[in-house]
Design a protein around this ligand. Structure first.
Ligand code: ZN
Ligand code: ZN
Length: 156
């Protein structure tokens, strides 16, 4: 890893070219939340861009560096992933479903946010049991889930 990223607690990417050893003490220009460059659980740097001069020339191509959801080192969700998980969880709690249905949906939230072998099952559950909640979590899902999950969830 050559550089690390700075991302605000709400998941806005500020920079992908932070020197691995620098300490950042600033705030998001979009929402004012604190910027982090390392996992808040284990302090491992959030992987950023790679060096562009390795092959003897400077590569000025723009690379899209994705915002990771989970720490590569400890596996804990980053704060923005945790907020999405919490928000969807809260929506399920506020719904009129019975407690078995609520537990079922809550257990499948991580498989909605990331592509896993259980994502199809999660989509199926949400389109059946959770369909009244889906419109309310649309914006969160679009922010964090993959395009294929968004499509599967919100197609008729
Ligand atoms: Zn922000
Ligand atoms: Zn970590």
């Amino acid at each position: 890893m050559d550089y690390k990223q700075s991302i605000c607690l709400n998941g806005h990417q500020a920079s992908v070219n932070i020197n691995i050893n620098s300490v950042i003490d600033s705030f998001c220009t979009e929402c004012g939340a604190k910027l982090i460059t390392n996992c808040m659980n284990c302090d491992f740097p959030i992987e950023g861009d790679w060096s562009r001069s390795g092959a003897g020339f400077v590569d000025l191509t723009h690379h899209d560096i994705p915002i990771p959801k989970y720490c590569v080192n400890c596996g804990k969700p980053y704060p923005w992933t945790q907020s999405a998980l919490n928000a969807i969880n809260e929506m399920v709690n506020l719904s009129e479903l019975n407690s078995n249905q609520k537990d079922d949906l809550k257990g499948s939230i991580p498989d909605l946010l990331s592509d896993t072998p259980k994502s199809k099952l999660a989509v199926f559950k949400w389109k059946n049991i959770g369909k009244t909640i889906l419109p309310y979590i649309h914006d969160i899902i679009v922010e964090v889930a993959s395009e294929s999950i968004v499509k599967a969830l919100y197609s008729k």
